[in-house]
Design a protein around this ligand. Structure first.
Ligand SMILES: Nc1ncnc2c1ncn2[C@@H]1O[C@H](COP(=O)(O)OP(=O)(O)OP(=O)(O)O)[C@@H](O)[C@H]1O
Length: 589
């Protein structure tokens, strides 16, 4: 059986089988081609073969077979590929199951396959590019893309797959030839509706849940623990943050702009605990509790993380970062030397402020330290910070707030917050309990106390300074705030000599009422008929001095006429008549 002559190898270039020179003597085998005869063609009488190799795969002169992915192999093994006239790259095989009588061997072109991977919901989707003819055959409405393809099977039982039967790699061909020739033998069926046309593939498991902090600071593929700790880096609970500058300074510490590993910016407040007394520590604890309680309130800066560093005796708050605080915004936009009263600007920020305070009042929390520096603008939206002395209020709508000595300016503090209620507290609790009374001042504060502070902020926006800021001595100032006999001035003109609208003045007076029970609530200040926030709302007419003069003139003329005194009915009708006439005049373009 074995001879020294080289095995004839098929040449697929022109469909003729030719001999190829061999570099080394080869053992003659029962080549499948010998069963077919020589280049004279394929014999129908040839002995049926289950399968055979073409050539000698161990022949090192010949290029290696084309490598296909496991997916492609599986695809080809499952489907039949029927070839049109593809003279090149023949694969010769027989499918005995097709017929018991051996007819002609199937001559099948080796397909060239393009596999395009399209990620779909985490699972790879593979498509086979179809020939242009295929597209012509099937209008888009009958696109059979999702149906199983039927291709001529090149498979012999006992043999691994078609791919392994390919003895030579495919040569690069023309664009047309390189397209896979896929023939659909099945009848075309329209696509199923979307609901039933989805791949039967289990959905990938949901990603593991991450905390808010992890979501905000996660860096793709990076480990936080291996971070090189540089000099300008703060570490909070093992996560490193690069310090990029200072955002502000408060009574308790500095606030820095920091960057997480994923380049996201945060505000990091660092409080030196060495300087803090017991009531201050209580305040920080309360601040953490409240910020966590208000975690999902969009008008409160979010607390992402916090940590007590016992070595450094320092408390860190990692927070959502604001672009600027309202104090800075007012200083740059409302310098009385260079700016004039800008009513739309005030209206915008007043509404923002009210929305912030409404959000915490709805959670029955009084801030107790409202001032422009405690509102920060986050991408144009104001949010509240600094809940150091804020507290949750009880049913009686007031709360005992402990203020320690580090409280700064009293400019925005309500009269009730500046009154020492310790006397009252001591009196009601008796001398025996005085030892257990906390240090510092105790104030009964409620929501109206925040409303007073808002009145002071609005006053500053209108006149450039809070109402009692003109009193230089701080003790005199405090005394003036709590003394009902000291009237607050409401000049007609604000910053830059601009006239203050009456609706704005009305709001100021209402908020700065020393009787806390008479102050408006935040929902009342935000009401859609508020004359300052919504000057065009309601049925009120804005009447100029000139027009009012004309009205009075008409009434005087009526009396000058010799028609006698008007009766009660006529006088009662005046208001409605004039009102309607003025409205008519104003509504004219
Ligand atoms: N999240 C933040 N984003 C941007 N800036 C901030 C943020 N938190 C604080 N700041 C800046 O730092 C300043 C001081 O912050 P904060 O009021 O929290 O400190 P504090 O020590 O509690 O101050 P206070 O003495 O008023 O109680 C703020 O006025 C503001 O300018």
């Amino acid at each position: 059986m074995a001879t020294a002559s080289p095995t004839p190898l098929p040449s697929y270039g022109n469909g003729r089988i030719t001999r190829q020179p061999s570099m080394r003597p080869m053992v003659r085998r029962d080549s499948p081609l010998s069963a077919l005869g020589h280049s004279s063609g394929f014999s129908a009488n040839a002995k049926p073969l289950q399968s055979f190799d073409v050539g000698d795969s161990s022949d090192d002169e010949r290029p290696q077979p084309m490598k296909l992915s496991a997916y492609t192999e599986a695809l080809l093994a499952q489907n039949e590929v029927k070839s049109p006239d593809r003279p090149k790259k023949l694969v010769i095989s027989r499918n005995p199951s097709a017929s018991n009588t051996p007819k002609h061997d199937t001559i099948t072109p080796a397909p060239s396959i393009r596999v395009k991977r399209v990620p779909l919901r985490g699972a790879p989707m593979r498509r086979i590019k179809r020939t242009p003819q295929g597209d012509e055959d099937h209008p888009p409405s009958q696109d059979q893309e999702n149906l199983p393809m039927s291709v001529s099977k090149v498979h012999s039982p006992g043999k691994p797959s078609l791919v392994e039967s390919i003895s030579k790699p495919l040569k690069p061909q023309s664009a047309k030839d390189s397209m896979i020739q896929i023939h659909r033998e099945d009848k075309l069926v329209p696509l199923q509706p979307m609901s039933t046309n989805t791949p039967h593939r289990p959905a990938p498991p949901p990603p593991p849940k991450m905390s808010i902090l992890e979501t905000a600071t996660v860096a793709a593929g990076a480990s936080t623990t291996k971070t090189k700790r540089r000099k300008n880096t703060f570490v909070v609970n093992g996560k490193a943050y690069t310090q990029l500058g200072k955002l502000g300074r408060g009574g308790s510490g500095d606030v820095y702009r920091v960057m997480a590993e994923n380049c996201r910016m945060f505000a990091l407040k660092r409080v030196k605990l060495a300087d803090a007394d017991e009531s201050a520590v209580r305040g920080y604890k309360g601040e953490i509790d409240l910020l966590r309680k208000l975690e999902n309130v969009s008008r409160v800066v979010r607390l992402y993380d916090w940590e007590i560093d016992e070595k450094k005796d320092c408390l860190s708050f990692l927070m959502e970062m604001g672009d600027a605080d309202l104090d800075r915004i007012l200083k740059t936009r409302q310098d009385p030397e260079t700016h004039a009263l800008d009513i739309p600007f005030i209206r915008f920020y007043w509404k923002e402020i009210l929305e912030c305070v409404l959000a915490i009042h709805e959670h029955n929390i009084v801030h107790s330290d409202l001032k422009p520096a405690n509102f920060v603008s986050v991408q144009g939206t104001l949010k509240l910070i600094d809940f150091g002395i804020a507290d949750a209020i009880q049913i009686d709508q007031t709360v005992n707030v402990h203020r320690d000595s580090h409280v700064g300016t009293p400019n925005y503090m309500s009269p009730e917050s500046l009154s020492d209620t310790n006397v009252h507290a001591r009196r009601t609790s008796g001398p025996s309990s005085s030892s257990s009374a906390p240090e510092g001042k105790i104030m009964k504060l409620g929501k109206p106390s925040d409303v007073w502070s808002l009145g002071c902020i609005l006053y500053r926006m209108v006149y450039g300074k809070p109402p009692f800021a003109h009193i230089p001595n701080q003790i005199h100032r405090v005394m003036a705030i709590i003394n009902p006999a000291v009237a607050i001035a409401y000049p007609d003109h604000g910053i830059g000599g601009v006239r203050v609208p009456w609706g704005l003045k009305r709001t100021l007076r209402a908020c700065l009422n020393r009787n806390s029970a008479l102050r408006p609530t935040i929902p009342q200040l935000l009401a859609s008929d508020d004359p300052f926030l919504y000057p065009d709302a309601g049925d009120d007419l804005v009447i100029s001095q000139e027009l009012l003069g004309q009205v009075i003139q008409r009434v005087a003329e009526r009396f000058r006429e010799d028609r006698g005194m008007p009766d009660e009915e006529e006088i009662a009708a005046y208001a409605g008549n004039f009102y309607g006439r003025i409205r008519e005049l104003l509504e004219r373009p």
